[in-house]
Design a protein around this ligand. Structure first.
Ligand code: NAP
Ligand code: HSE
Length: 429
């Protein structure tokens, strides 16, 4: 049986894992797809770099056409990252009838629908399981495993770097900068970790998840994003005292025909299934109307976990090749996009406020909340700290985003309020 010929774009963390899995699992692959799988060419930047992957250096090239223009290459695996140049390579591959597997969430979040359309027009598969939550088969879980259900909520810890940082800050009391450095050394963080810590990496993944889960095209700019850089040890300590764990949560919620998608630091009650997801691990909690609660958990990054998802996609491509059905599995979104207004987005909120420690201040604050019909679930008033300042920590009952934003503006205008130190969403099980 003729071997399936692969062109690999990139031989870094994920590319090296792909080489290793294809080599070490050749028997299993052969059993699954009925033919050998061989990597014919690998595109890299630097031909002279020392490589950890066991490869014949003859297969390395720095000319993309050696892969894109080679008629013998059946499948292009893209694990080089980047957006504009990479998009051109993948367009060229698809136009030449090559199937594509990619791990690139940046590209798929921005140009996924355009590339999927091009793939289907050319009778090609374009699979991207590794782009969300690394080794966790969440995309197949949504489009195959839960295909019959109507999904109403996807809540995810989909960035390993920030989960690692928050876990270490919370459990070991370490400072943010020290833990970020450790995450970079361990290889979870992006080369420029800004997109991790500012929430953009998670937002890209939530764009992909929400589009598939709700069968509605969601754009990256539809996702309300905030990252973890402002979180302080005090916030984590008060949260702990109140029975909460802080996580960077991607939340996609559908009510009726409208959806909201956000990524933001969130206090979860300790009994929430996502609260116990530690370190660099990822998890996606999915609620379907028929199935109820499910949760997908595992390594969201790393060489072999991510490569597992890539090579499993490759198996899918080859199985489709044998059946002659490539390019037919992608389903276009069923519903037009309908986003909730801020006045329709409800949550509980944790607020930490520094105020003048004097008579009547508390009444002034509560009267603002009363004006908007927002009541409290918990309130803590801390002993005076310094400079005649008292600290009030409160958790509201459900409030709309519009109301909470207006309340924050009014609080900041009160002369007795020195500073609103923090505000976070709260989610209880
Ligand atoms: P990486 O370690 O930085 O490797 C990138 C590879 O691509 C390197 O081999 C590099 O060549 C090559 N490359 C980059 N730009 C190139 C260009 N313009 N021309 C030719 N070769 C180029 O990246 P990675 O961590 O493996 O990530 C790859 C992709 O997988 C990204 O889209 C990333 O978001 C995604 N992903 C990564 C993980 C993870 O755990 N790392 C998890 C999920 C998804 P040289 O080796 O010569 O520099
Ligand atoms: N930087 C990403 C993370 C890698 O920390 O989750 C996987 O996409």
């Amino acid at each position: 049986m003729k071997a399936i010929s692969i062109g690999l774009l990139g031989l870094g963390t994920v590319g090296s894992g792909v080489v290793q899995i294809i080599k070490n699992h050749q028997d299993k692959l052969m059993h699954q797809v009925g033919c050998p799988v061989e990597i014919k060419k690998i595109l890299v930047n630097d031909l002279h770099k020392t490589r950890s992957a066991e490869i014949n250096t003859q297969v390395l090239t720095n000319n993309p056409d050696d892969i894109l223009q080679d008629p013998e290459i059946d499948v292009v695996i893209e694990v080089m990252g980047g957006v504009e140049e990479t998009k051109k390579y993948l367009q060229s591959a698809l136009q030449s009838g090559k199937h594509v597997v990619t791990a690139n969430k940046d590209l798929m979040a921005l140009h996924g629908s355009e590339l999927l359309k091009l793939a289907s027009e050319n009778g090609c598969d374009l699979f991207y399981e590794a782009s969300v939550a690394g080794g966790i088969p969440i995309l197949r879980g949504l489009v195959d495993g839960l295909a019959s259900d109507r999904i109403t909520q996807l809540m995810g810890i989909v960035n390993g770097t920030t989960n690692f940082i928050l876990t270490k800050m919370s459990s070991e009391g370490l400072a943010y900068e020290d833990v970020l450095k450790e995450a970079q050394e361990l290889g979870f963080a992006e080369a420029d970790p800004t997109s991790d810590v500012e929430g953009l990496d998670a937002a890209r993944k939530m764009t992909i998840l929400a589009t598939l889960g709700f069968s509605m095209h969601i754009d990256l700019e539809d996702v309300k994003v905030s990252g973890i850089t402002q979180i302080t040890e005090e916030d984590l300590r008060y949260g702990k005292q109140m029975g909460y764990t802080m996580k960077l949560i991607g939340n996609a919620h559908r009510e009726g025909e409208k959806v909201e998608v956000s990524v933001q630091p969130t206090f979860l009650s300790n009994n929430h299934p996502l609260a116990s997801v530690q370190n660099e691990y990822n998890a996606v909690y999915v609620y379907g109307e028929a199935v109820g609660e499910t949760m997908f958990y595992g390594p969201g990054a790393g060489s072999l976990p991510t490569a597992t998802a890539v090579v499993s996609d490759l198996v899918g491509v080859i199985k489709n090749l044998r059946l002659g059905v490539n390019g037919r599995s992608a389903v276009a979104p069923q519903y037009p996009k309908r986003l909730k207004d801020d006045s329709e987005k409800y949550s509980k909120y944790f607020l930490r406020i520094h105020v003048q420690d004097e008579v009547g201040v508390f009444a002034e604050i509560t009267s603002i909340f009363a004006k908007y019909g927002v009541s409290f679930e918990k309130i803590l008033q801390m002993p005076v700290t310094k400079n005649e300042t008292a600290e009030i920590v409160l958790v509201t009952h459900q409030a709309s985003l519009t109301d909470i934003e207006d309340i924050l503006v009014e609080l900041k205008d009160l002369s007795a309020v020195k500073e609103v130190k923090s505000s976070y969403k709260v989610v209880r099980k």
